[in-house]
Every structure is written in structure tokens, then in C-alpha cells.
Design a protein around this ligand. Structure first.
Ligand code: ZN
Length: 587
């Protein structure tokens, strides 16, 4: 028997098993474990059976088509995607994403070489796999090899029963047949080559959708935007920073009354901050909330999200240098509303654009590094607006801060009384707030050093459920079909340099007056317009929190997950004042 004869089929088995073995390893080592219905050993058993079953089914399908020359050749060529798949999984974790497929053509040769050099062992291993794959492909090109139907049917049946068993385990706690859960669909999308197929089709669909809205937004221009008192402002430096927080809830900020001391650095300068302690977001996830905060759209009139540029575009048109500096990965799809807003800026920087910088500091502190670099290079007469997009307190919380910020649990600063697992998550969440506090203070200190007219606004895109009303999956996270108060209660504050305060004293008084009222994030657009001293034709000045005509909302408008409008009373559900919920939360 010639061994060479089997190199083709052997490579097929290897190529289907390798990325899925890596995926299975990732799945069972997911840290922290997902809070699910299953105990950890049962969950692991489900995952092992599922991934093995899917891989087995793929191998049997591959052998079923192996006798057909065209299918066999195509199969061998497709299997070269394991190089991309395995590299991405081992270097970054997680399956191949549409974002990666978008990034591949944009990556320069130098960047690719740097990236490979950064992972020498992996590169060496995958070069070996590539050689093996080439040999196998050449060898099997003209092969006449037939497997008995019995063999691959047997394998297929075994694999299918493993999948059935894994699904049965998943349904075990409910004790009745159920539709395939979202968790299983997610697992399926991690299986090679399903992940590759999903990523490619997402990119294709996205391209079609993005073309439509991008064209409308590109053609849009605000009417006559300009800096007010432009002549007087010429020659002086003005810098404004808008920090877009992530999943930060007001209830866990000591600046707003949380019993734990999570804002030590901002509390030191709290006299210089205008605190809005009744601000709410208009949605409970990033993708719905940020367009409402940063465009002229309101929950009841959202057309502007699709047809107009955002505040970034307006400021650019008015003559500001605009920056979008993000610690969130470049949005996978260019039709993503966040990508469209970010890409309006003159200068755009995502962490995955610069693999070296991101690998040395993956925390939000890298935003401060990039902010400081930007500030250092601004000319003395610059007019700049810099947007910083944080990772903030997004799950998994404990990956959001460096080890020296892991101060909780702290016996002197106890948390609410909750079971062990929930306590750990609250501790980790609070550590992430503590780190956000540090980064915001550093941003403010950087602006202070400019000794120029400067202002900073911080807001979070939405809040988070953190076991306020129970201990189950539904009491933890954000973006649920129904809306919980703590998902929309967000920290919001403004800071201004002494140079800014001295030149605009009356404006700041009005902002402080309005800060006492309930307000919503869709007021941000016109508020930034006023902060930066801009005007344009037919603007709705009364929507600005700087306006003496500003009216607090009679009710809060929030977008549900199905983009339906939910109306909530501003004072809290059933007459619960925010202060009351805070103290209850603190117990
Ligand atoms: Zn978010």
C-alpha cells in the first residue's frame, strides 16, 4: 500500500479537525464561564459532543464527495482557509469575523509581516501546515480514490447521534423539546468552515446595504455650519473631547452616590464637573444608542440616522479637525452605524489598525496614550474635537482593567450581599468603573495642560443589569427585550478648563441649572454644538442642555430591542426616585 495515496484524505481529516479542536478548547475554557442553565460538567459534555459531532459530519460529507474530481479539488482549495482560521483563533481568540475579512485587503505587506513575526511559533507551525496542504492538494488532484459508502455513512450516523445527544443535554433542564437555542446557533457559527461561510456572506450582504446609506450620508451637508465669533477665535487653540463610555451604569459611580468608592480621581475635582444625575440613554445597546446620541435623530424620528451625517460630520464641516479614537475593534461591517459615524472624522484610529500598540496595552489606557500623542502634535491655533470610544465596563468585566486596578473585593469597602458568583461579577464590574475613573481623570489632566479653551463631555452608551432584582441570567447584562431602569441610567458629566469657564460664565450657569433635570442622550447633539461654539441654519437650539429654553422631557423615550418605542416616567418606575434606588442598591 502506498502511503502517499492517503495523504489527500489524511489532510482533509486534519484540516477539519485542527481549527475545530482549537475552537473546542476555547469553548470549554471560556473564562468566566457563561451563566447558563447547565452545570459546568454537563455544559462541557454538550460542547465536546457538539463539536466532535459536527466535525465528524463534515469529514463524512467530505469523503462522500471525494470521488468527484471537481468537488475534491475545490475541497482541497477551500481547506487552505484553516491557515487564516487557526492563526486568528490562536493569535486573537474567537472565530474568523467579518471584520477580519474586511481588514485583510487593507493590511499592508509590512503590517502582515510584523503580525507574523509577532507570533513566530504559530507562523512556523502554519508554514508547515501550508506545505503539507500543498503536497496533499497536488497529490489528490488526479487521484482516483473511492471510499466505500458504508464507511462514511457509518461515520455520519455516529456523528449525527453525537449532535443529537449534545442537543438533548442542552434541553435537559427544561425537560421538553425546544427550538435550537441561541447558544447552540452561536456554537455552530464557530465550527470551521461555517465561521468562514458566515463571515463571507455577512460581508457580501453588508456591502449591498452599506452602499445605500453611505451614499445618502455622503451626499448630505448641514446648512451653513460655522464657528461663532470666528474672527475673535482665530489664532487660539480650542480642544474638545467627547468620551463615549461603554456599559457604565450610574448606580456604580460614587460620584453619583454609590456606596463603594469607585471614582476617587474624579471626586478630587468634582467641584469642576457639571454632573447630570438624572441622565438616561435612549436605548440599551451600543448600536441603537450611539446614533441617537450623536446624530440629530430622536427615538420618535430616526430618519436622520440614515440620511444625515452625525455631529462628527457637522464639526468637520464647521472647520474643526475631528478625531475618532477607539478602543473598540473597528466595526466588523462598514454598514455598522458606529463605523459610519467614526469614518466621518478626519483622523480615525482603531486598536486593531495598529497591532503593535494594541498588543502592548489592550486596556482603555491606550486611548489616553493616543490622546496625549494627538494633543502633543496639535498646532497652537488648532481647533480640534476628539472622540474617545472606550471599552469601559463591557462584559467580560475583568478583561477591562489591568491587575493593579483589581482592588475589589475589599473588606473595608464591602459590596451588596449577593451569592459568591454574583459578588465576584459586581467586584469585577466595580474595578472596571474604577479604571474608567482613572482614564477620565488623565484625559482631563491632559486637557488642563494645554492651557487653552477646552471642554470634555463623558457619557455611557447605556447601563447594565447587575443582579438588582434577582440572580438569574435575566438580571445580568444589557439589551434585553424589556427595559430595566438600570440599563438606561447612565453617568454623564461635563468639564471645562478655566480658560473656557472665564470666557463663557453665563453659558455654564445655564448648563448647571439644566443638570438638575431629567434628560436624555438625544440632547447630546445640540449640546456639543453649543459646547464647541458652532451654529448652523435652522438648528433646534432648545434641544441643547446649554439652552435657557431647554425643557426636561415629560416622559423618557427608549428604543426596545425590536426598535419599538417604550415610554417610561422620568422619575422612575412606580414613583421610585433615582436616589431611592441608589441607596437600596447600596445595601
Ligand atoms: Zn454598549
Amino acid at each position: 500500500m502506498k502511503i502517499g495515496k492517503y495523504i489527500g484524505p489524511a489532510f482533509v481529516i486534519f484540516a477539519l479537525a485542527l481549527p475545530n479542536a482549537v475552537f473546542l478548547f476555547e469553548l470549554v475554557h471560556q473564562v468566566p464561564p457563561p451563566i447558563g442553565r447547565l452545570t459546568r460538567p454537563m455544559l462541557t459534555l454538550h460542547q465536546v459532543l457538539f463539536v466532535l459531532g459536527c466535525t465528524g459530519l463534515l469529514v463524512s460529507a467530505a469523503f462522500a464527495i471525494y470521488r468527484f474530481a471537481l468537488a475534491r479539488r475545490a475541497l482541497h482549495l477551500v481547506l487552505f482557509f484553516i491557515l487564516l482560521d487557526v492563526f486568528y483563533r490562536l493569535a486573537y481568540g474567537g472565530p474568523v469575523s467579518p471584520g477580519l475579512l474586511h481588514a485583510v485587503p487593507e493590511t499592508s505587506q509590512r503590517e502582515s509581516l510584523e503580525l507574523l513575526a509577532g507570533h513566530p511559533a504559530l507562523t512556523f507551525f502554519l508554514s508547515g501546515v501550508a506545505l503539507l496542504g500543498t503536497w496533499a492538494t497536488v497529490h489528490s488532484w488526479r487521484l482516483d480514490l473511492r471510499f466505500s459508502i458504508k464507511r462514511y455513512v457509518q461515520l455520519g450516523v455516529i456523528a449525527a447521534s453525537m449532535i443529537v445527544a449534545s442537543l438533548a443535554i442542552e434541553m435537559l433542564p427544561t425537560r421538553k423539546p425546544q427550538p435550537i437555542s441561541a447558544a447552540v446557533v452561536e456554537e455552530l457559527q464557530g465550527i470551521f468552515p461555517v465561521d468562514i461561510a458566515v463571515a463571507f456572506s455577512a460581508v457580501a450582504i453588508d456591502g449591498l446595504q452599506a452602499r445605500h446609506t453611505a451614499a445618502a450620508r455622503a451626499a448630505f451637508a448641514f446648512a451653513n455650519p460655522h464657528m461663532t465669533d470666528a474672527a475673535a477665535r482665530r489664532g487660539t487653540q480650542e480642544i474638545y473631547v467627547v468620551v463615549v463610555g461603554e456599559t457604565s451604569r450610574r448606580r456604580n459611580w460614587s460620584l453619583f452616590g454609590y456606596t463603594r468608592h469607585t471614582n476617587p480621581r474624579l471626586e478630587e475635582i468634582s467641584g469642576d464637573l457639571v454632573l447630570f444625575n438624572r441622565m438616561t440613554s435612549n436605548a440599551t445597546n451600543t448600536i441603537l444608542s450611539l446614533p441617537l446620541a450623536l446624530s440629530r435623530a430622536a427615538p420618535t424620528a430616526r430618519e436622520a440616522e440614515r440620511s444625515e451625517k452625525s455631529i462628527v460630520g457637522l464639526l468637520k464641516q464647521a472647520g474643526f479637525s475631528t478625531y475618532w479614537i477607539s478602543n473598540q475593534e473597528r466595526p466588523a461591517l462598514s454598514s455598522s452605524p458606529i463605523a459610519q459615524i467614526a469614518l466621518e472624522a478626519d483622523h480615525v484610529s482603531f486598536p486593531n489598525d495598529a497591532p503593535q500598540a494594541a498588543s502592548t496595552d489592550r486596556f482603555d489606557s491606550n486611548l489616553i496614550t493616543r490622546l496625549d500623542e494627538t494633543l502633543a502634535h496639535l498646532p497652537p491655533d488648532a481647533k480640534a474635537v476628539i472622540f474617545l470610544h472606550m471599552e469601559g465596563s463591557h462584559f467580560s468585566y475583568r478583561q477591562r482593567y489591568p491587575q493593579n486596578f483589581a482592588v475589589y473585593p475589599d473588606a473595608h469597602d464591602p459590596p451588596r450581599s449577593l451569592p459568591e458568583r454574583q459578588t465576584r461579577l459586581v467586584d469585577e464590574y466595580d474595578n472596571s468603573v474604577l479604571f474608567t475613573d482613572q482614564n477620565l481623570r488623565e484625559a482631563i489632566d491632559g486637557l488642563t495642560r494645554c492651557r487653552c479653551k477646552a471642554g470634555l463631555i463623558f457619557f455611557s452608551d447605556h447601563g447594565e443589569r447587575l443582579f438588582d432584582n434577582g440572580l438569574t441570567d435575566e438580571d445580568f447584562g444589557h439589551g434585553f427585550p424589556d427595559i430595566a431602569r438600570q440599563e438606561i441610567e447612565i453617568p454623564f458629566f461635563a468639564w471645562f478648563s478655566s480658560e473656557y469657564r472665564n470666557s463663557n460664565p453665563s453659558v455654564l450657569t445655564r448648563l448647571r441649572d439644566n443638570a438638575k433635570s431629567a434628560a436624555q442622550l438625544h440632547n447630546l447633539f445640540e449640546t456639543i454644538v453649543d459646547m464647541t461654539g458652532v451654529d448652523y441654519d435652522r438648528r433646534a437650539t432648545t434641544l441643547s442642555l446649554f439652552s435657557d429654553q431647554w425643557q426636561p422631557p415629560a416622559s423618557l423615550q427608549v428604543l426596545g430591542l425590536n426598535e419599538n418605542i417604550v415610554t417610561l416616567p422620568p422619575e422612575g418606575v412606580a414613583g421610585t426616585a433615582p436616589e431611592a434606588s441608589l441607596s437600596r442598591n447600596g445595601q
